[in-house]
Design a protein around this ligand. Structure first.
Ligand SMILES: Cc1ncc(C[n+]2csc(CCOP(=O)(O)OP(=O)(O)O)c2C)c(N)n1
Ligand SMILES: [Mg+2]
Length: 672
């Protein structure tokens, strides 16, 4: 155990560094970081188990920080732990620096998650804790880890905390410890101007263990962390009563703590005196970017301790691996993130099914052949057909995590973030399903998954107005255009940030899953139909392999007069229209476009071979016309939906809204 004086000194060191980073950058958030320093220092100096030499060691504890704006605290802490240099800290928020404004996933440097949108970060921790529980059923003590989360007032207020708190409590995640930095101040106001909830009672009601401590008192927090680690059957929340801008003083030396202004402004512009504050904290204002010798010693000692702890864990792992070579090989493979080998041809699809049903067929196969896949649903498993997976496994429960299905309840954003957390933890392949219209509730998490380049699979069904009787509230229209924007947005490695696939029939659906499982670099989104779709002409697994090109010719007359384009169920409608056009002597080509993003990544020659220059084009989409306007261009027209849709049986809507072979015929004729 370290002396209180030394621990306080180390926390002051973090406060000094954090405040200095913001001061130098003339931008950032010093106040919260200064209050939270005592906890994070304690965590890293005495509790968090990781291997400094092998940052991606699968058995490490994880630290997920929710408030990304407290990045200076994390970077300063990681500087003490040797993951960042003082020079790195001086480059805070600058072009190409390793210390961006908000933390960006960087396991090598000890950053387990990107954070910024409040609420998501601690929900990732819930997902990681679930993954750890699941993997523990396979690999025992190798997964003996604690998942720590750090949450602030903003995260507590965000709605997603309801989903995360409920789920973690319901599942009894006793490998999860969350510290709540309760400093009573947020960006614009003190918290009491917006909330009067009893946060402890709220988490108790979700069946968490709740401990309350003085968040600036290292001894109290140490006891709480020890208690939290000993809790069985429940996650634990440690509410730390902290002080915003701890240690800040004004020019005249008077106290400048608890001020909203220090939330997001350098101390000197917030009303405090930077120099006096650094002095007050024991630092040298002339040279504030320094690590105190005794603090450096503290962390050198911790590094030695970790060496010992990790050596023991590695020895136990070697012993376990010798006794369980198969499990050990499996563990290595799963954590490598390499795509599993799957015999896709062995998946037998029934013809003319809805793609949500063909998705169920694939999921059923995957449940039996991909042991580390976890599928979740937000209370729609029998409708989004993720139950195809569920039927071959079982749902996880608080006392049995050997099942690979997660019933999340009605909480789409929570579900998406939990899947992200599982992916961040590693070792598992997460997927989650719900209705496409509710992808709106998930979008902020899809963006984070895309930014972090995580291969989470989003399975969205009931893809268009053909939801019918449920009416416009349930009919996705603009959703496809929204998610396809993410195909156009490049990630930091230059790839399409999300792979979006809308298969046109059962075989394209199988191949879409193949592409998704092989895509280990970005999230994948499936857009699947509720209603049955006739197989495409000549449909087969082999033909559907062309899905990998994003768009391909399904069938074509010689020298076509018109190219008909669509994705999903609209391709079958084009096929009906083609029959009528041919009767009129019009030569047609039918192109299926499951992913414009993939298509745009093909060679110009291939793109032109599918969409020859100078030939008229007609696009059909149950979403906004913009879905196809880029491909059709000035060479023709697009028939799409431009309203929210209506409540009626879907075949009536097809007629009323013009999604029929007859209307395809009529619209194409108008082009000549
Ligand atoms: C989803 C989301 N909404 C809004 C913001 C902008 N924002 C950043 S911090 C913050 C409030 C922070 O309060 P708290 O979490 O208590 O942090 P502290 O002020 O104590 O540092 C807000 C509204 C955000 N980052 N994420
Ligand atoms: Mg706060």
């Amino acid at each position: 155990m370290n002396s209180t004086a030394l621990m306080n000194k180390a926390a002051d060191n973090i406060r000094i560094l954090a405040a200095s980073m913001v001061e130098k950058a003339k931008s950032g958030h010093p106040g919260g970081a200064m209050g939270g320093s005592d906890f994070i220092n304690l965590l890293y100096a005495e509790f968090l188990v990781y291997d400094p030499k092998n940052p991606s060691w699968e058995g490490r504890d994880r630290y997920f920080q929710d408030p990304g704006h407290m990045s200076p605290m994390l970077y300063a802490q990681l500087a003490l732990a040797g993951k960042f240099s003082l020079e790195d800290l001086k480059q805070f928020r600058q072009w190409e620096s390793v210390t961006p404004g908000h933390p960006e996933l960087n396991v090598e440097r000890g950053i387990e998650n990107t954070s910024g949108p409040l609420g998501q970060g601690h929900t990732f921790a819930v997902g990681a804790a679930i993954a750890a529980k699941f993997l523990k059923t396979k690999f025992g003590d190798q997964m003996d880890q604690t998942i720590y989360a750090y949450i602030s007032d903003g995260g507590i207020e965000e709605e997603i905390s309801q989903g995360a708190g409920r789920l973690a409590g319901h599942l009894g995640l006793d490998n999860l410890i969350m510290f709540y930095d309760s400093n009573h101040i947020q960006l614009s106001t003190p918290t009491d101007e917006v909330t009067s909830e009893d946060t402890a009672a709220k988490y108790l009601a979700w069946d968490w263990e709740v401990l309350s401590v003085d968040g600036q008192n290292v001894d109290q927090m140490r006891e709480a962390l020890k208690k939290a680690k000993a809790v069985k059957g429940k996650p634990c929340l440690i509410i730390g009563d902290t002080i915003m801008g701890k240690g800040a003083v004004k020019e005249d030396g008077s106290n400048f703590e608890n001020q909203c202004s220090t939330h997001g402004t350098p101390l000197s512009s917030a009303g405090a005196c930077f120099d006096k504050t650094i002095k007050n904290l024991g630092g040298n204002p002339e040279d504030p970017f320094a690590i105190f010798p005794e603090v450096a010693e503290l962390y050198a000692k911790r590094a030695k301790e970790l060496e010992g702890i990790v050596a023991k864990r590695y020895a136990a792992k070697a012993e376990w691996a010798a006794k369980n070579p198969e499990a050990a090989a499996k563990m290595a493979k799963w954590f490598s993130g390499v795509a599993p080998e799957i015999d896709w041809k062995a998946i037998e699809q029934k013809d003319n099914q809805a793609t949500r049903s063909s998705s169920a067929t694939v999921l059923s196969y995957l449940a039996q052949h991909v042991e580390n896949m976890i599928v979740a649903s937000a209370d729609l498993s029998n409708s989004d057909k993720t139950d195809g997976f569920l039927k071959k496994t079982k749902a996880m429960t608080w006392d049995d995590f050997s099942g690979a299905f997660l019933q999340v309840g009605v909480a789409e954003l929570t579900m998406a973030c939990v899947c992200i957390g599982m992916s961040l933890h590693g070792g598992v392949i997460p997927a989650c399903g719900t209705f496409f219209v509710f992808s709106d509730y998930m979008k902020p998490a899809v963006r984070m998954a895309a930014l972090m380049e995580l291969p989470v699979k989003f399975i969205w069904t009931h893809d268009a107005f053909r939801v019918g009787e449920d009416g416009p509230t349930h009919e996705p229209v603009e959703q496809e255009a929204q998610i396809r924007l993410m195909e156009k947005l490049k990630n930091h490695h230059g790839g399409n940030s999300v792979l979006v696939l809308r298969p046109a029939d059962v075989n394209e659906c199988t191949v879409s899953y193949k592409l998704a499982m092989e895509n280990t670099k970005t999230p994948t989104a499936f857009i699947l139909s509720r209603q049955n779709i006739k197989n495409l002409p000549g449909s087969s697994y082999e033909q559907a392999l062309q899905t990998a090109k994003g768009a391909y010719v399904v069938e074509s007359d010689q020298n076509p007069d018109i190219v008909l384009l669509a994705s999903g169920s609209e391709v079958a409608t084009l096929v009906e229209g083609a029959v009528l056009l041919r009767k009129d002597g019009i030569k047609v080509r039918i192109v299926s476009v499951p992913s414009e993003g993939l298509f745009r990544s093909q060679s110009a020659a291939y793109q032109e071979s599918v969409l020859p220059k100078g030939v008229k084009r007609f696009g059909l989409t149950a979403g906004l016309p913009v879905n196809l306007e880029g491909l059709v261009g000035e060479n023709g027209s697009v028939w799409g939906l431009e309203s929210f849709g209506f409540s009626a049986p879907y075949n009536v809507l097809d007629e009323k809204l013009g999604f029929t072979g007859e209307n395809v015929y009529k619209q194409v004729k108008a082009l000549f």
